[in-house]
Ligand binder design. Structure first.
Ligand code: G1P
Length: 295
């Protein structure tokens, strides 16, 4: 079984849907309950065995570097004051020395461009890509599920879920040849097709395991949907030689690139917490009762 050791996190986006909050902080630092968005993706990657973390970043994203750095003064103060649970909360922010790299995306040319910039750091081995906007809640991390499946289904693998047909123009969509359990062998992938042109409603969610041949394809694609260099187009170009499998992960995906999705994720993750559940569910019940009709 090939060990998937490296993961790319495209985090260069401006997060305009979250203005004004994202005027001075990266979108990936917005907290879902009390952990920033990026922490969810990093934790999922760690659980799947990832050891090297490559952030494709941009101007204004410095807080992400600081977040995964040691905070010596803070830790000393917490230790001196015996604040053990606060110290434990910092555990996930610690990175092994040399495990985190940053590549700068100077031009926002699209997801395909962002992934292409990681080429030198990835080298010649299969690797993962996690889009931190897609937060997945479930019993086991989506990437862990995919790593296990990839051991016997080599080639490119993308996480998938079924979406309403009206929503296909927001996703990469698979043209499915055959399905077997959670796996779908694709004969095509297309980025953001209109509902009437979509080959299926089987949509790509932001988790990928890619073979290194993707970099040759990424070097040769032109602008696609939205005028951007699309990762989906590079995967499509590699389909005949490498193969593409969709993996229908077990779990619930939240689109935290939208305010609606972010708020829903906040509620779902808060309800999972034993220290928050009781009071919060009472609060929500009170708010969501059908409104009484005016006499
Ligand atoms: C990206 C990918 C798309 C995928 C989606 C999942 O699109 O290009 O194929 O379905 O992420 O979230 P974006 O949402 O960045 O436009």
């Amino acid at each position: 079984m090939t060990h998937i050791r490296k993961a790319v996190f495209p985090v260069a986006g401006m997060g305009t849907r979250f203005l004004p909050a994202t005027k001075t902080i990266p979108k990936e630092m917005l907290p879902l309950v009390d952990r920033p968005l990026i922490q969810y993706a990093v934790d999922e990657a760690r659980a799947a065995g990832i050891e090297e973390f490559i952030f494709v970043t941009a101007a204004g994203k410095g807080a992400l570097e600081d977040y995964f750095d040691t905070a010596a003064a803070l830790e000393q103060r917490l230790t001196a004051n015996g604040k053990t649970s606060a110290l434990a909360a910092l555990e996930g922010t610690r990175m092994a020395e040399g495990a985190l790299s940053f590549v700068r995306q100077n031009n926002p040319l699209g997801l395909g461009h962002a992934v292409r910039l990681a080429k030198r750091l990835i080298g010649n081995e299969p690797f993962a890509v996690l889009l931190p906007d897609d937060v997945i809640r479930g019993p086991q991390g989506a990437l862990s599920q995919m790593v296990a499946a990839h051991a016997s289904h080599r080639g490119h693998m993308v996480a998938t879920m079924d979406v309403p047909r009206a929503a296909t123009s927001s996703y990469g969509i698979l043209d499915v040849d055959q399905t077997k359990g959670r796996l779908a062998l694709a004969r095509g992938v297309v980025e953001k097709p209109r509902p009437e042109n979509a080959p299926s409603t089987n949509a790509i969610v932001g988790r990928y395991i890619l073979e290194p041949s993707i970099f040759d394809r990424l070097a040769n694609i032109g602008p696609g949907a939205g005028g951007e260099l699309q990762l989906t187009d590079a995967i499509s170009a590699d389909l005949k030689s490498v193969g593409v499998t969709g993996y229908r992960f077990e779990g619930e995906r939240f689109d935290c690139g939208s305010v609606q999705g972010f708020v829903q994720a906040t509620v779902a993750f808060a309800l999972d917490r034993t220290d928050l559940h009781g009071e919060l569910s009472g609060f929500l019940d009170g708010r969501t009762k059908p409104m009484a009709c005016a006499a």
